[in-house]
Write a protein that binds this ligand. Structure first.
Ligand SMILES: O=P(O)(O)OC[C@H]1O[C@](O)(COP(=O)(O)O)[C@@H](O)[C@@H]1O
Length: 348
């Protein structure tokens, strides 16, 4: 018997990528951006390809995490930041290392999860790049199946001393030659810049490819979203409390805070607004790490027409004193960042 019309499944015309779509892959896009097949362009394209591979491996594991043994939860260790380490943090950290082994491209990696930079000695004679990364941003979301991210930045490596302290990494974020993030949400997206605008790619899991979804993303000048952990209200400086009071009494603002800043900042990149993680009384320097969290995201947002500041200095101009340095972060649409700055600097 034929199914009644009400029971017929709707025809799904979204099962395939629209045929008129130009399926630009990430590595091809990098080469197009640089308009060259120079060794540097090929290096960058290959590095982005490896980062994409790390993203695919992490996304695959996250998508099945609840079904597998030993993926979720804590390891029982505490990292260099004094934070409890999750199993996914360790896995994702190792994935980034393993995709760069034998690549010949990246000699040194530095991440939230490792006290000191990690060298891949076999790459170092030729690998001229360092990868700075946060393998899992928003770790607290891991065990509840909520959005997570990975953040990355690539820098030219200026020192080759395998036992060195990697002081060259402390230079300002303007030295980054590429940066971006991977967002593990309902779909997995990769957003990157190499100083020529900001571009987003969506992972098609059946193809195993990140496909270009939006080129030259521009952040709105102003947006209605403010994104901050208001649980810290009484630990902030009075100037931040005044800004939040201003937002509360001004029509049109809306709060959004997910616990993973990649996700919150991605929303702000597309819709406008401001994300804040200010210092608190016990931690005036805030929570977020300068070199592998704030500076890469600042580079992306600046390239999209946004801004990122500590409240006093542009994030990309800050010279770090140590690898795991933290910084207050105010990032987003230029007008909204300027508004927060004016509260910090002028009290209104
Ligand atoms: O729980 P809090 O203090 O609001 O911190 C949340 C913030 O910390 C972060 O999770 C970064 O910390 P992790 O890299 O340790 O996950 C941000 O993504 C997020 O915005």
């Amino acid at each position: 018997m034929a199914a009644s019309p009400e029971l017929e499944l709707p025809i799904d015309d979204t099962t395939d990528i629209a045929l008129d779509r130009d399926c630009t892959t990430l590595s091809r896009h990098v080469l197009q951006q640089l308009q060259s097949f120079s060794p540097e362009a090929q290096d960058l394209s290959a590095i982005m390809n490896r980062i994409a591979l790390a993203g695919k491996l992490i996304a695959r594991r996250l998508s099945r995490a609840g079904l597998m043994e030993g993926v979720l939860g804590f390891t029982g260790d505490v990292n260099v930041q004094g934070e409890s380490v999750k199993k996914m943090d360790v896995y994702a950290n190792d994935v980034f290392i393993s995709v760069f082994k034998q690549s010949g491209l990246v000699c040194r990696l530095a991440s939230e999860e490792m006290e000191k930079p990690y060298y891949i000695p076999e790459n170092c004679p030729i690998g001229r790049y360092t990868l700075l990364y946060d393998p899992i941003d928003g770790s607290s979301n891991t065990d509840t199946n909520l959005s997570l991210g990975s953040i990355f930045a690539i820098r030219q490596q200026e020192g080759s001393d395998l036992n060195g302290e990697a002081d060259d990494l402390l230079s300002p974020g303007r030295k980054q030659i590429a940066a971006g993030y991977i967002l593990y949400g309902p779909s997995t997206m990769l957003v990157y810049t190499i100083g020529k605008g900001v571009h987003s790619f969506t992972l098609d899991p059946s193809l195993g490819e990140f496909i270009l979804t939006e080129e030259n993303i521009k952040i709105p000048d102003h947006g209605s979203i403010y994104s901050v952990n208001e649980g810290n209200f009484w630990q902030w400086d009075e100037s931040i409390r005044e800004y939040i009071r201003y937002v509360h009494r001004t029509e049109g603002y809306t709060a959004r805070y997910s616990g993973a800043m990649v996700s919150d900042i991605h929303r702000i990149l597309l819709q406008g607004g401001v994300f804040l993680y200010p210092g608190t009384l016990p931690k005036p320097e805030g929570k977020l790490r300068l070199l592998y969290e704030s500076a890469p995201l600042a580079y992306v947002l600046e390239q999209a027409g946004g801004r990122a500041t500590t409240g006093h200095v542009d994030i990309l101009d800050v010279v770090a004193k140590k690898l795991h340095q933290r910084t207050p972060l105010i990032i987003g649409s230029p007008k909204d960042v300027a508004k927060v700055e004016s509260f910090i600097q002028n009290g209104h």
